[in-house]
Design a binder for this molecule. Structure first.
Ligand code: PFF
Length: 481
């Protein structure tokens, strides 16, 4: 049974998808990756991969959702039946649900850090603090499992409440308030950054392109980031797509999502690096850029505590509009499959993901090292969960591209894309060949943490799998058009 939810307005899918896309990926991950990978060169490749791989898979994932009008798992079951293809494609739904469940567990813990910093900023605790004090403060936060659990609980419960209230009253109404507020706050922080920081240095860092900075590493990081930032491969976009009005053009919507998401990342980057350079700090701080370097920059500037507090509220809003999109696909499945009520389904997902999140909490302190888990997996539970999602996410995207590219018929795709034959051909070439090849590449890159011999094996399996999948459809004599 499908849930038959439909967004209230034609434009609501765009709002929801932008809410999902804009998150910690834009405000926390994008600036530090750019900082670590040489600025302009990284941005150039990032923009290229957004257009050549991100947008085509975004179109494909939304298409699978809207064509099935079901939650990702039930939707894929339905589509494999309609197209008489192997039920193995249902794994797209299962992989998505599993990744959403795991990502939510640690996304909520990290968003919890932003609650801590909002509080610290607004109470003025960091005014005038020096680098050492702020660094020690961050370490002390990570060393306190009780405090981390408290913030994690607050964040995940808030997300659950929004989704539990329903697609219209909860998600839509929540996003109508959160998203405009986010854009307004982002502009305030940008103006503050221009007024108090070194905007020229930030702009030249982000937009000066130096060919020598183009490393393979940076190329791969950019690919992974374009995937994460567009929320691809996790069923989030598919679940939201299932509620989308049938008349809206997928092509135009996907391009709009990518443009807004990329602009937010750029504006956030400009604002953050203006402050960082203005305070004479280094851009290549890694994940601590937002939680250590930035509070330090705010600590030294006029009204820094207030604007810093507002900045961390922006981070929280962006994180919550993304985390609700991680709950929806799983909750919708539980409602469809087991006839649960929405609050029951959301509660089940949230409580389970919360419990898994305790592993992430412990990974920064009591289980940071030397446990049986480390002995077996060679890494902390958090790093293990992150590694799993880094594998599942590209794998999900790869399968989505292949299924949409090879299994859907010409007329089905045209009905969804509402575009010219030329655009259709370009899209199909990208999802059939370019995206799978590029994603396999990223996929290989995410596994070097795994012992050496596994990399070639998994790589070979992915490539053989992709070709086998393509050939199966051809061998089935699949009808085009
Ligand atoms: N796109 C989000 C971000 O950039 O923070 C992260 C995310 C949300 C990924 C939802 C995947 C997802 F399903």
């Amino acid at each position: 049974m499908s849930t038959h939810n439909v967004w209230t307005h034609k434009g609501t899918f765009l709002l929801a998808a932008v809410g999902s896309a804009v998150g910690l990926g834009n405000l926390w991950r994008f600036p530090y990756l750019t900082g670590e990978n040489g600025g302009g060169a990284f941005i150039l490749i990032y923009a290229l991969t957004i257009f050549a791989v991100g947008i085509p898979i975004l179109i494909a994932e939304t298409m699978l959702g809207r064509a099935s009008r079901r939650s990702p798992i039930m939707g894929m079951r339905f589509l494999t039946r309609c197209h008489n293809t192997s039920r193995a494609w249902e794994s797209i739904g299962w992989l998505g649900a599993a990744s959403a469940f795991m990502i939510l567990s640690f996304y909520s813990v990290i968003a919890g850090w932003a609650i801590h910093y909002t509080w610290q900023m607004l109470t003025g605790s960091l005014v005038g603090a020096d680098a050492e004090m702020i660094g020690e403060g961050f370490d002390a936060l990570l060393a306190a499992p009780g405090l981390l659990t408290f913030y994690h609980t607050l964040f995940i419960v808030a997300s659950g409440l929004i989704v539990g209230m329903g697609v219209h009253k909860g998600i839509e109404s929540g996003l109508r308030i959160i998203m405009p507020a986010l854009f307004a706050i982002l502009l305030v922080v940008l103006v503050y950054g221009i007024a108090n920081g070194d905007f020229a240095a930030a702009a030249s860092f982000l937009f000066t392109f130096n060919i020598a900075d183009l490393s393979l590493e940076g190329w791969l990081a950019a690919m992974g980031q374009s995937f994460f930032t567009l929320s691809l491969g996790m069923g989030a976009i598919m679940a939201y797509g299932a509620y989308m009005n049938s008349e809206v053009s997928l092509t135009r919507t996907a391009i709009a999502i990518a443009i807004v998401d990329t602009s937010v990342a750029m504006v956030a980057g400009l604002a953050i690096f203006s402050l960082v350079f203005g305070a004479g700090l280094s851009p290549g701080q890694g994940p601590g850029l937002m939680f250590v370097t930035l509070p330090l920059a705010f600590a030294e500037m006029p009204f820094g505590a207030l604007v810093g507090g507002v900045f961390f509220i922006l981070v929280l809003g962006a994180a919550i509009s993304s985390s609700i999109s991680l709950i929806e696909p799983v909750a919708a499945y539980l409602v469809e499959r087991f006839d649960m009520t929405r609050p029951q389904a959301v509660a089940l997902m949230v409580v389970a993901s919360w419990a898994l999140g305790l592993l992430t909490v412990a990974s920064f302190n009591i289980w940071a090292e030397g446990t049986l888990f480390h002995a077996l997996a060679g890494r902390s539970p958090f790093e293990f969960i992150e590694l799993l999602t880094n594998i599942f996410m590209p794998l999900g995207g790869l399968l989505i591209a292949l299924f949409a590219g090879w299994a859907l018929t010409h007329s089905e795709v045209m009905k969804e894309m509402r575009t010219s034959e030329t655009w259709f051909m370009i899209w199909r070439f990208l999802v059939r060949f370019v995206a799978p090849a590029a994603v396999s590449f990223v996929f290989l890159r995410t596994i070097p943490q795994v012992e050496g011999y596994l990399i070639p094996t998994i790589g070979a399996l992915v490539i053989v799998g992709a070709f086998a999948a393509g050939r199966t459809f051809l061998a089935d004599g699949h009808q085009e058009g």
